[in-house]
Each structure stands twice: as C-alpha cells, then as structure tokens.
Design a protein around this ligand. Structure first.
Ligand code: PMP
Ligand code: GLN
Length: 382
C-alpha cells in the first residue's frame, strides 16, 4: 500500500472500544460518556419545526446569528460575561471540531503545546496532525491538582499553546480562581495562547462555581474557549458546539473553520437557538446530575470501590484496588464488563505512557433504572 500511516500509534479510541465491548457482551454501558435518557421534547419539536419551515440550506459560515445571540445572552445571564456574537462566537460541529480548529489555527510544524494529563483523548492527535509536539505535564490522583511550577518548567521557546480542560474529564476536578491566575501568569510571561475545553461548564457540584478563562481579564484576549450542546442538552449525537475567542483570534479561527466544515447543520441551529432562549433549558443541570452522582457513588462504595472526589462532569472515578489489585486498569475494565456486565473506562487511556493507578471511570448520565441495574450487578462483587 503506497500510504504510509501518518498516525502509526493511533488505534480506535478507548470510548469506541469499550462501547463495542459493552454491546457485544450485553453489559450496561457506563463507559463512553453519553446520556441514555431523552432530550427535552420541546427541543425535538424545535428541530421538526425548523425542518418543516424549510431551514434546510447552508447556515452562515460562523453560525446562525440567532443562535450566536442566544449564546451571548446565556453568557451574560449565567456568568455576567459580555461576548460579541458577531465577532467572538463560531458554531462548530461539536466541541471536537472546535478543539481541532483552534489547534490547527495556532500551531505550526515544530511548535509545542502543553497538555495536562490525564488529558481528553482528542488533544494530542490534533497537535501531532499539525506537525507540532504535545508536551505533557501530569496530574496525580485523587485531586489531580495542577502543579503550575511544573507547567512553567515545561515551557520552551517553541511553546505556543497551553490546553486546559476545566471541568476536567476524566479527573472530574475544577479550576479555582488561583489556578486561572497561575495560568494567566505563565501565558503572559511567555506570550502563549490558551485553549480551554469547558464542555462541562454547567455540571459543577456541591455549590461550587465554574470559572471560565473568558472571565479572567488577562486570559480573555489570549484564549479560545470551547463548549458543546451535546453535554448541556443531552444530545451528544447532534455534534453541535461553539468556540468563543477575542475578535483577532476568532478571525483566524474562521479562516480554517470555513474550509474544514464551512458551516454546521441549519435546522439544529434553529432549534438550539429557540431552546437556549428558555433560561430553564440550561439551569438545574448541576442539581439533576449531582443526584445521579450521589446515587451511583453510594452503590459503587457499597460494592467495595473506593470513591475519588467528583467535583464536576458526569463521571465518577473509583479505585478498585480492594476488589482486584492483581489487574491493570484495562484488564480490570474488560473483566468487569465481561464477568459482571458493567462497562467503564480505564483512566490509563488518558495518559500517554498508560500509567496505571488502579482507577476506572463510570458515567452517571443515565436513567435511574440504568444506574440501579448497574449497582445491583456490581453488588455481586462483594
Ligand atoms: N472535550 C471533552 C472533555 C469531552 O468530554 C468531550 C466529549 N465527551 C468533548 C470534548 C467532545 O465534545 P463533542 O461531542 O461536542 O465533540
Ligand atoms: N467525551 C466522551 C467521553 O469522555 C466520549 C466521546 C467519544 O466517544 N469520542 O466518554
């Protein structure tokens, strides 16, 4: 074959693999992160209405003005943030495309981008695809706190970008104001750009608050922030998200965006714009998911797992050392899927060196009956 793989080290993602294993074995799938309940009926009706109204041709390249305005209103209402819908927001095909486009906009061959591990799986391949180099700084369980001195020490003359994920999947941790200050200090000192993946912005628990890079005066002009309607509206299959950045950055982002996807599904944008105007559509998510977290966490603890703190996202990490200390994370996740009928994600998949902490990730974005069924299967571990 004349094609020499550009990505010889990449295989199927851990999410695809574990979901396939769950389907093959009939296991309850708490691995890949997606809700198993319906999205709001009003949202679905909105899609139908948009289709019937004939909104079936190309949307404007940066996204439907109505949707961008609704997003700007939401930023103001939820966080007091002023964002210009004309020049600072672009609708993307999910957060994944926003991330890829931002990375492609910033990085040239030979540049370095700092990522914090455990890192969401799409960052490093997108960096490598530009001929650039991911430089990894690792965070350790159970709190996965960022050692900002280690981040500063990882900066070289070739560093262009720092990628952060706040709230963090899979760490389930969030940044404090002090974290943002530290990030801003490093970015300013070395004149770096920041890409902040904030798809879980509304899934923050125990009364804590999400702090966006967009709320930080020093980070605001040098950051791209990325969001996903998949998380906020329980519709991961729609693949609609958005990127926010200062006008000069967004103008560059759009140059690449227009040749990657040009524009994003028109009827979906109409439906999302209408739905977003209802304040209730994005409020209450934290309470809704916190209940699910607490329910699954109690079941996992009763089954013999040691819980790690879950401050945010729709994931719960657990240490399984008390159950099968002999198995590595991938082997444990496969064993649990095959033998006990519940699928999870090994956290080692988020570290380039595959380091093993005996921790797996369960997704609690599930109906009560799904969580109950998983808990009852796991009770058999005792
Ligand atoms: N970033 C993180 C941290 C995620 O967990 C996910 C998806 N679960 C994405 C990005 C991708 O979002 P989307 O499905 O909108 O592409
Ligand atoms: N982000 C989802 C997760 O963390 C998976 C998305 C995907 O399968 N690429 O589970």
């Amino acid at each position: 074959m004349p094609l020499q793989s550009k990505f010889p080290d990449l295989g199927l993602t851990i999410f695809s693999r574990m979901s396939a294993l769950a389907a093959e074995t009939g296991a309850i799938n708490l691995s890949q992160g997606f809700p198993d309940f319906a999205c709001d009926a009003a949202l679905l009706n909105g899609v139908n209405a948009a289709l019937q109204a004939g909104h079936n041709q190309y949307a404007p390249m940066p996204g439907l003005p109505l949707l961008r305005q609704a997003i700007a209103h939401k930023f103001e209402a939820s966080a007091g943030l002023l964002v210009d819908p004309e020049r600072e927001i672009t609708i993307t095909a999910g957060a994944t495309q926003a991330l890829y486009t931002a990375i492609g906009t910033v990085l040239r061959a030979g540049d370095e981008a700092i990522i914090l591990e455990p890192a969401y799986d799409s960052y490093a391949p997108a960096i490598v695809a530009q001929g650039a180099v991911p430089v990894r700084v690792s965070l350790a369980p159970p709190h996965f706190a960022v050692d900002w001195q280690a981040v500063a020490a990882a900066v070289t003359p070739r560093t262009r970008l720092i990628i952060v994920n706040n709230p963090n999947n899979p760490a389930t941790s969030i940044f404090s104001r002090a974290d943002l200050d530290a990030l801003a200090g490093i970015a300013e000192q070395h004149d770096l750009l920041v890409l902040s993946d904030e798809v879980y912005e509304h899934l923050v628990f125990d009364g804590q608050q999400h702090s966006s890079v967009l709320s930080h005066p020093q980070l605001r002009p040098r950051s791209f922030a990325v969001y996903s309607f998949g998380k906020t509206f329980h519709a991961t299959g729609w693949k609609v998200g958005y990127c926010v950045a200062a006008p000069a950055l967004m103008a560059e982002f759009r140059k690449l965006h227009q040749y990657l996807v040009f524009s994003v599904s028109t009827p979906m944008q109409h439906a999302l714009a209408a739905h977003l105007q209802l304040a209730a559509s994005w409020q209450g998510l934290a309470v809704f998911y916190q209940q699910k977290r607490d329910h699954l966490a109690a079941g996992l603890q009763a089954a013999g797992f040691t819980l790690l703190p879950s401050a945010a996202t729709y994931f719960q990490l657990v240490d399984y050392s008390a159950i099968r200390p002999d198995l590595g994370e991938l082997a444990f996740a496969e064993w649990l899927t095959r033998e006990h009928g519940v699928a999870s994600i090994p956290v080692s998949a988020f570290y380039a060196d595959g380091r093993d902490h005996h921790i797996v990730r369960f997704c609690f974005a599930k109906q009560q009956q799904t969580l109950d069924a998983a808990i009852s299967r796991l009770a058999g571990l005792r």
